[in-house]
Ligand binder design. Structure first.
Ligand code: NAG
Ligand code: NAG
Ligand code: NAG
Ligand code: NAG
Ligand code: NAG
Ligand code: NAG
Ligand code: NAG
Ligand code: NAG
Ligand code: NAG
Length: 382
């Protein structure tokens, strides 16, 4: 069994999380995997995308990666900032991402089938009345020892049907919050999609040229955003500001049965507010079994820490949409033209390394791009 250790302290430090670098923070806590398993699983990822990484890290690098941080595809520039190995050059990645993208329908369908074999996201990614039973036990996604039953109060707040049941034919964008979005002018392209997923209710006002304004669903992290920006909703002032701010985002996707009881309590408070009379924003609950299922699937393929919500949403989009475009996913300190890239598009923080395995996630998403399964956008949109 894999064990995760939570870094509660860090959660308090990070204000508003990026999706890609999201703050469901965990460090990899140990595993009985052998290098051989890793190689086998990683090549499965390659096979899924039909694209192999240019050079696989050496066994020594893997050994090192297992003992320390999950390690990263870094180029020479970032290697000197603390990377441990060179898998491929970021310049080459940028050059490849700027080439015309060629989709591969066969692979897209294959990946969707693989993802849906865990649990059909269209039906089950979000808890609905249709597929739950009043009083049933729900095991927390990240803390399997914590179980809560589906109370009547929560059950009454569930939608009848999955919000994804109509999306199969749609073009979706998943917008991460990476600094790569700054000066991207991708707003129009993003707004041109049928359905836009966003992460952690990141600010849009003042950034819409780059982020777009359309928003159909955003994830929101009770331990992060609701705690940091709304102080866990203690009074009418914070609650009203929360409800007003959330109007810009469409449905809120909340990991109610997620990390721990604190987050559960905060989530429940948010859900109740969203269901008050006058609120126009719908609060949806991530199905913890689906989240855990995807986590386990990606873990089997080598993900060494908890999935970020950005990666989770990208996985959901691959299941429920006809096509998936990614924006704002870029875990490197340098972008096109060697421009410095901040942590988020709305701040100037340096990308923080260490806790996340967003490099692994990026590697997978990049290979899915190269394999024609989804389209990742890194350079400016023209
Ligand atoms: C990285 O370093 C290698 C040798 O150390 C060199 O051949 C290569 O050109 C460098 N790549 C970049 C992108 O600087
Ligand atoms: C970039 O694309 C070329 C041509 O498809 C490929 O040979 C090369 O391995 C790619 N580089 C990376 C880093 O993926
Ligand atoms: C599309 O993907 C399939 C399955 O991986 C592969 O066999 C086929 O060669 C790919 N087509 C193109 C044009 O790359
Ligand atoms: C998932 O559910 C949708 C909606 O019911 C259905 O159209 C689709 O075929 C299902 N996918 C799989 C792999 O069963
Ligand atoms: C659900 O939990 C509540 C307390 O949280 C308890 O009163 C109730 O009996 C439980 N229902 C079931 C069906 O377990
Ligand atoms: C839910 O779990 C509790 C213990 O955590 C158990 O006593 C109860 O029987 C379970 N209820 C159902 C419906 O499985
Ligand atoms: C789904 O996307 C493919 C290309 O990615 C396109 O050829 C096809 O027409 C789309 N289907 C629908 C129903 O939009
Ligand atoms: C997505 O949200 C926009 C508003 O931001 C709305 O106009 C559009 O109809 C929504 N699309 C879907 C598929 O729900
Ligand atoms: C951010 O990174 C730059 C370049 O590596 C460095 O000069 C600067 O001191 C860093 N800032 C902080 C706050 O760490």
């Amino acid at each position: 069994m894999r064990r995760y250790s939570r870094l509660r302290g860090v959660i308090a430090l990070v204000l508003v999380a990026v999706c890609v670098l999201e703050l469901l923070l965990v460090a990899f806590g140990g595993s009985g995997e052998t290098n051989q398993d890793l190689h086998r699983e990683e090549s499965l990822v390659g096979a899924l995308a039909g694209v192999k990484s240019k050079s696989r890290p050496s066994d020594e690098a893997h050994e090192h990666a297992q003992k320390t941080q999950p390690s990263a595809p870094t180029d020479n520039r970032t290697a000197s900032e603390g990377g441990t190995q060179t898998s491929y050059s970021i310049d080459e990645v940028i050059a490849n991402l700027s080439k015309p993208w060629v989709g591969n329908e066969t692979r897209k369908v294959g990946i969707r089938r693989k993802l849906d074999s865990v649990m059909n996201a269209t039906e089950y990614a979000v808890l609905t009345k249709q597929f739950t039973v009043l009083g049933q036990n729900l095991t927390f996604a990240i803390a399997p020892s914590v179980v809560r039953n589906l109370t009547n109060e929560v059950y009454q707040m569930l939608p009848e049907q999955s919000p994804f049941s109509t999306l199969k034919m749609k073009r979706c964008s998943v917008v991460g919050n990476g600094g790569i979005l700054k000066h991207s002018y991708c707003g129009k392209a993003i707004d041109g999609s049928d359905f836009v997923f966003r992460c952690n209710a990141a600010p849009l006002k003042g950034y819409q040229q780059h982020t777009g304004r359309k928003s159909n669903m955003t994830s929101i992290n009770p331990g992060g955003v609701i705690a940091a920006k709304y102080k866990r909703l203690p009074d009418i002032g914070h609650r009203n500001r929360f409800l007003t701010d959330m109007k810009a985002y469409g449905d809120l996707l909340i990991p109610v049965y997620g990390v721990n009881i604190n987050a559960y309590t905060t989530s429940m408070l948010a859900l109740r507010l969203l269901h008050q009379k006058g609120s126009t924003t719908r609060g949806l609950i991530i199905n913890p079994d689906h989240f855990r299922g995807l986590q386990d699937m990606w873990s089997e393929m080598g993900l060494r820490s908890r999935m970020t919500t950005g990666f989770y949403l990208a996985s959901v989009a691959l299941s429920v949409c006809n096509s998936t475009d990614l924006y704002g996913f870029w875990p490197f300190a340098k972008g096109p033209n060697h421009r410095a890239v901040s942590y988020h598009y709305y701040d100037r923080l340096n990308i923080s390394k260490g806790v996340h395995n967003f490099n692994w996630e990026f590697d997978v998403l990049y290979r899915l791009h190269m394999g024609g399964v989804l389209q990742m956008h890194a350079g400016p949109c023209t």
